[in-house]
Ligand binder design. Structure first.
Ligand SMILES: *[C@@H]1O[C@H](CO)[C@@H](O)[C@H](O)[C@H]1NC(C)=O
Length: 162
């Protein structure tokens, strides 16, 4: 009898715990993926490239930077200049990998991806000559490239007619 009562008491506690865990992982999920259109809007620069080297590993925040060989700019080529460019302009430094706000934030050497990046915020300009990852990495497939291009192009036409 006593053990039955205890079980009956614990059951609601457990169900509360489960609901709490489910809710909190939904609300405080460390990353949230926005629509592609939104991501394209927020990134001033979108490029395809291959990771050549991983550098500046931060052991505390688990973030790192990469030297990326650029294949093609889908957006914002003219914004990339000066100290961000490496090795005669074929490569760029990109930081912010491992950022918990970004869902797909990990690369390995040799990975080829679509990168959504921004220039570093003004206050970091002096210390970090690198572009900052702004949203999830994207695999290069024909479909993904077409979708990103479609977002970039759509905006261009809109701006032209405005
Ligand atoms: C991405 O860029 C936008 C500005 O375009 C900024 O508000 C946002 O915080 C950036 N996201 C990350 C994860 O840095």
């Amino acid at each position: 009898m006593g053990s039955f009562c205890r079980k009956a008491f614990y059951w609601p506690v457990w169900s509360f715990a489960v609901v709490f865990v489910l809710l909190s992982s939904r609300c405080h999920g460390s990353c949230s993926e926005k629509e592609l259109e939104k991501r394209e809007e927020e990134a001033n620069i979108v490029l395809t490239g291959t990771v050549e080297e991983i550098l500046n590993m931060d052991p505390v925040h688990n973030t790192y930077s990469c030297k990326v060989r650029v294949w093609r700019y889908l957006k914002g080529k003219t914004m990339v200049n000066g100290e961000v460019l490496l090795d005669g302009g074929n490569k760029v430094m990109i930081g912010g990998f491992g950022d918990p706000h970004i869902c797909d934030n990990q690369v390995a050497t040799g990975d080829t991806r679509i990168f959504f990046v921004n220039l570093p915020p003004q206050f970091m300009w002096q210390s970090q000559n690198e572009l900052m990852l702004n949203s999830s990495l994207m695999r290069i497939t024909l479909r993904n490239l077409e979708e990103v291009e479609h977002c970039v192009e759509g905006k261009k036409h809109f701006n032209d007619s405005a």
